[in-house]
Ligand binder design. Structure first.
Ligand code: ADP
Ligand code: ADP
Length: 228
């Protein structure tokens, strides 16, 4: 069963141009794939429709076979528990410890303190920062800060993680490290969808790639289709 399905999805912003035009694809459970394309191609918009920062103008976005059009009000927060989001600038709170940053999504949901502590430890272990929970984000390197952002996205144990240019601010070595981490997640049951305009990086990963151009899905490349 696909975890995510876009069925002829279009998005136009009020007063703006068409950001997505009739986009159709499926993501299987446990799959990692990329979405790439030039600046303005519609990558961020595609991710925003998945975590309901934006709504489709036409067509259907289905998550676990559920049409997100019908996810309203309080259900939006429940939906977001199943979709972890990683941003380019990681958006960590500077005056809170690493552990508090990672636990924030659980705190906002009213999870019991003891349970938060346990889940934060598990999430920090996944990103190899188990010993940095008490540090402040500013005491960590850029790559470590992005790993904290990933831990925060994983703490609710989402079915799907979406990452918008997660290596946009990192040098090639740290980018490769973050990609290796993201690549390890499908083995643990979380599908991963990464938006990146860094074609070189995307190619090196040898994963499925959705190519957007001016809001259209130009190509859906599977690694097994690529000749050596
Ligand atoms: P990408 O992530 O590939 O750079 P975006 O999804 O951010 O592309 O943008 C796609 C198109 O939609 C661009 O033309 C952009 O200017 C436009 N756009 C994005 N967000 C908005 C918005 N909130 N209002 C109006 N236009 C927008
Ligand atoms: P991105 O998602 O592409 O990384 P951001 O989300 O940081 O960029 O963009 C900042 C805000 O500006 C977003 O809410 C985005 O939707 C909005 N935006 C982008 N392009 C336009 C546009 N052409 N007109 C109006 N708003 C836009």
């Amino acid at each position: 069963m696909p975890v995510l399905r876009f069925d002829n999805v279009s998005k136009h912003y009020a007063g703006g141009r068409q950001a997505l035009s009739e986009v159709t694809f499926e993501v299987d459970a446990g799959e990692m794939l990329f979405v790439t394309g030039h600046s303005g191609a519609g990558k961020s918009t595609l991710l925003k429709l998945i975590h309901l920062s934006e709504r489709a103008s036409r067509g259907a976005v289905l998550f676990n076979e559920r049409n997100l059009r019908n996810v309203r009000g309080r259900q939006v927060a429940m939906h977001r528990r199943e979709v972890g989001v990683v941003f380019q600038d990681h958006r960590l709170l500077a005056d809170r410890s690493v552990a508090d940053n990672v636990g924030l999504p659980l705190l906002l949901r009213g999870t019991a303190r003891g349970e938060i502590g346990k889940r934060v430890r598990v999430a920090l272990e996944k990103v190899a920062l188990a010993d940095r929970g008490d540090a402040l984000p500013t005491q960590l390197s850029a790559g470590e800060q992005q790993r904290v952002g990933i831990a925060r996205a994983l703490v609710t144990e989402p079915r799907l993680l979406v990452a918008d240019e997660p290596t946009g601010n990192l040098d090639p070595t740290l980018s490769a490290e973050i990609m290796a981490l993201l690549e390890s997640l499908p083995e643990r049951g979380t599908s991963v969808l990464v938006a990146s305009h860094d074609l070189g990086l995307v190619k090196r990963m040898r994963k499925r790639v959705l190519v957007l151009g001016d809001g259209r899905l130009l190509d859906d490349i599977r690694p097994e289709d690529l000749a050596e």
